[in-house]
Ligand binder design. Structure first.
Ligand code: ZN
Length: 408
């Protein structure tokens, strides 16, 4: 398959930490980018064309597939929202058929917004989590997914004894082993809903199997208070560190209320904080100190956190990241940094060296875009594209070289 247009490429002059735009063509073979040529393209493209913009597929580093029908339940603080909105939605996943079908629906929506890679939470239900994982894999997204583990402070129908959950988490890792596009993450929901025994067991599984870890960290004040009560005042990041859950494959959602010691713990363990600015605004959780965390050497990713975050588009989440920094009075990231964050930046955070970038041998996870605003001669083309962004510009999304969305 030949794809031509203006390509969003990593900018090696800046150590690959920025992006540049260049006319060129891509040859896609066996799900990967086989060839990349810059300059005027030759041949009739299968996708794209002179006016097309070709972007790496977007990556969402923190999202909840069972919550896609729960967007916009407003007016509650986190713990109340979990109890009244999220837990009832997750209880519906007791039925594996429902879970598989809903995961597929969520994948279709994500692809229509240009997302081709996810780090996603499922539910506590083992069979349903497996059904959802199979649906994600069959659809074609690149994914890290986890059965969510909870053994307290949640409805009885969504909690299980720690021993059972640990056996299931182990089996979940085992059943996704060796797959090219999907991987299991050990996923204790957060310290409030997990006993020390469950957290330590989860840490042991992650260590033994080398699996990624997903959990939530320091999103709201009430949550942090509860963690302090439950863990005898142990600092929140240290609760996870003591359980062996921190490391360079660990993605922690939010990280808003972190003191210097917490930040040092995260930096030392090379853990990643998934910044979720749209969710933080929606649940009025506060705003993450992105600049401060960066200064402390904490690795960062970006996530939609649907349905805490109402927006499924990673482009709008990236814009919210920029606007959050502005509202805090911090130096905001450049628009080019925003594009990099939702592509190669999030890929790096997830340890995916062959995703999120348009480069030979990388997965052909691509978004074909037809902007309806002049952008090539804008003073800052990435900024024009970011601020004027319209999902209707997406004409096609490819996951591993396969069309997973085309605009009608
Ligand atoms: Zn979340």
């Amino acid at each position: 398959m030949l794809i031509t247009g203006t390509l969003l490429l990593p900018d090696e002059r800046k150590g690959g930490h920025a992006v540049r735009l260049s006319t060129g063509s891509l040859l896609v073979r066996d799900g990967r980018i086989a060839e990349l040529r810059e300059g005027e393209p030759a041949g009739t493209p299968d996708l794209g064309g002179d006016d097309a913009l070709i972007l790496p597929g977007f990556i969402d580093a923190h999202v909840h597939l069972p919550q896609f029908d729960s967007i916009g339940a407003d007016g509650m603080e986190l713990l109340e929202w979990l109890e009244r909105v999220v837990y009832p939605a997750e209880a519906r996943w007791a039925d594996p058929d429902f879970a598989g079908a809903m995961a597929l629906r969520a994948c279709r929506q994500l692809a229509s917004f240009g997302t081709t890679g996810i780090a996603a939470y499922l539910t506590v239900h083992h069979e349903s989590s497996l059904a959802a994982a199979r649906a994600v894999e069959a659809f074609g997204l690149r994914a890290v997914v986890g059965q969510t583990l909870m053994d307290r402070e949640a409805p009885a129908e969504l909690t299980r004894p720690a021993m059972q959950l640990l056996a299931e988490a182990d089996a979940f890792v085992e059943s996704l082993a060796g797959r090219p596009r999907i991987r299991a993450a050990v996923t204790p929901r957060f310290a409030v809903a997990c006993t020390p025994e469950l957290l330590a067991g989860a840490g042991a599984i992650a260590k033994r199997t080398g699996s990624p870890v997903q959990t939530h960290l320091a999103e709201t004040e009430a949550e942090c208070r509860r963690v302090a009560e439950l863990f005898g005042g142990t600092p929140y990041a240290e609760v996870y560190d003591r359980a062996g859950l921190l490391g360079d494959r660990t993605i922690l959602g939010h990280g808003i209320r972190l003191d210097e010691a917490d930040r040092a713990t995260l930096a030392r363990t090379r853990s990643v904080v998934a910044h979720c600015p749209t969710a933080n605004t929606f649940l009025r959780a506060g705003s993450m100190d992105r600049a401060g965390l960066r200064r402390a050497g904490v690795r960062l990713a970006l996530g939609s956190d649907v349905a805490g975050g109402p927006d499924r588009s990673m482009v709008r989440v990236a814009r919210a990241m920029l606007e959050t920094a502005k509202a805090r009075g911090d130096t905001p990231p450049a628009a080019a940094d925003c594009w990099r964050q939702i592509t190669a930046g999030n890929a790096d955070a997830l340890g995916w060296t062959d995703s999120g970038r348009i480069t030979p041998t990388a997965w052909a996870d691509l978004v074909v875009v037809a902007p309806d605003v002049p952008w090539r001669d804008a003073p800052d083309p990435p900024a024009r594209l970011l601020y004027a962004w319209d999902d209707r510009w997406i004409t096609a999304t490819l996951a591993a070289g396969r069309l997973v969305y085309t605009r009608a």
